[in-house]
Ligand binder design. Structure first.
Ligand code: RNT
Ligand code: ZN
Length: 417
């Protein structure tokens, strides 16, 4: 894209925004600071490197068989770096336990150690990326329908041990990078059909979590993720939204909001302010649920926009962590990273460019028409010229230029796999 054209369009946009009291330079500076946590599992359809084989279980599914998925640690690293080179700014990588560097050995989940992530820690440092982490209770012979809430003490202990060890891994990551590693706990536990033991399983989950969180760490932060239902677990989810909000609020833990984990007409944006009043921070898993928790690639839509606007309206940029969580195996996977990341950033930018003071003035004065009119006008203000400038300054593909870049990488690398 011609620099001159981008400069011109930006200068006009800057003036246009200044007229409504918005400093585009300030918005750009804030956007620069926002680090997305890129989900490593988009590169390989949530397979991991356990050297065990077996299917993806735990109520989640990656559909599609587009060629070129990352088959090993080197390919995944290469793909993530390629994707990151088309996403403006500095970002984080969110790893799952099954992506450890196990060196060809079978390391069971209750045996994982920080050593299995040493090469990741080094790789991240070399590439200026910080790491986040997740325990993995799905896709394992002991997963079944119940893990941390399993009535069998042996199975429950196994998963408690796993999750404790994962926290120790996260602590090492956080220490090495001089910045807390955010560790997410999501367990699929639930029931396909009617259960008469809702309370019992929740008591067990609560107890398991209390055991897991016994050790206090300084360099990692815990978050807990709820869900409405999983595939094959439609009637009941132990870790429901109510369960985790109660747990998070009473234990000072971060609650993860996955945009696919609620009833389709529920507003996830609306939840941020309530959570921030009672829990320390919020973690987001930004996704696009098409009719259900389908984990489609995030795009600019009303849901993503409102979510981002709530972060800025709550003045909570430093208390909300933005992670992505989708896995589409039906299109180019590197392209999927880039589309979803850039869409999230574009929504954040629009949020940062919102004339919030004027909108609030209207609202307090009871001027509903004026508020709605300005909100509507904001949608078509030239935010895209500001976005292009952001990409240009970050030296990444501007506009649709990344399509060709993804295609080239496909030709040279992923199509040969
Ligand atoms: C599943 C949850 C969870 C997973 C990842 C792989 O419904 O969203 O966050 O997607 O842990
Ligand atoms: Zn999620």
């Amino acid at each position: 894209m011609k620099t001159e054209l981008i400069d011109k369009a930006y200068a006009i946009a800057q003036e246009r925004y200044a007229a409504i009291g918005i400093d585009t330079e300030a918005a750009l500076a804030q956007l620069q600071k926002i680090q997305l946590s890129l989900h490593c599992w988009q590169a390989d359809d949530v397979s991991g490197f356990e050297n065990r084989g077996g299917d993806l279980t735990g109520g989640i599914q990656a559909t599609g068989n587009y060629p070129g998925r990352a088959r090993n640690i080197d390919e995944l690293r290469q793909d993530v770096l390629k994707a990151a080179s088309m996403i403006p700014g500095k970002h984080r990588l969110n790893l799952h336990e099954i992506y450890g560097d196990f060196g060809g050995k079978v390391v069971d989940r209750d045996e994982v150690e920080p050593a299995h992530f040493q090469s990741w820690i080094e790789w991240a440092k070399e590439n200026g990326m910080k790491l986040d982490f997740n325990s993995t209770s799905f896709s394992h012979p002991k997963s079944g329908d119940l893990s941390l809430s399993n009535p069998d003490p042996a199975i429950r202990d196994f998963w408690v041990e796993h999750t404790k060890r994962c926290r120790a891994v996260a602590e090492e990551m956080g220490k090495a990078q001089g910045d807390p590693c955010i560790m997410n706990v999501w367990v699929h536990d639930g029931s396909k059909d009617l259960t008469v033991n809702r309370m019992y399983y929740r008591e067990l989950l609560k107890d398991s979590l209390d055991r897991i969180f016994e050790t206090e760490y300084k360099n990692m932060k815990d978050c807990i993720e709820s869900k409405v239902f999983g595939i094959g677990l439609e009637s009941y989810t132990v870790g429901s939204n109510d369960f985790y909000i109660g747990y998070g609020a009473s234990r000072g833990k971060i609650v993860t909001l996955d945009t696919g984990h609620f009833h389709p007409t529920e507003s996830i944006a609306d939840k941020i302010s309530s959570l921030l009043l009672y829990t320390p921070e919020v973690m987001l898993h930004v996704s696009r649920p098409v009719r259900w928790d389908s984990d489609h690639v995030t795009i600019i839509n009303d849901e993503t926009l409102e979510l981002c606007k709530e972060i800025t309206r709550c003045n909570a940029l430093d208390r909300v962590h933005i992670g992505l969580d989708y896995f589409d195996a039906s299109i180019n996977r590197i392209g999927a990273y880039v589309i979803g990341s850039r869409a999230t950033q574009k929504c954040m930018l629009q949020a940062l460019l919102e004339p919030i003071e004027t909108l609030r003035k209207y609202e307090l004065a009871g001027q509903g028409f004026e508020r709605l009119a300005l909100l509507e006008e904001c949608k078509s203000l030239p935010w895209n010229a500001v976005w292009d400038m952001f990409c240009q300054r970050n030296d990444v593909a501007v506009g649709e230029e990344f399509i060709a870049e993804v295609q080239q990488y496909e030709q040279a690398v992923t199509s040969k796999r």
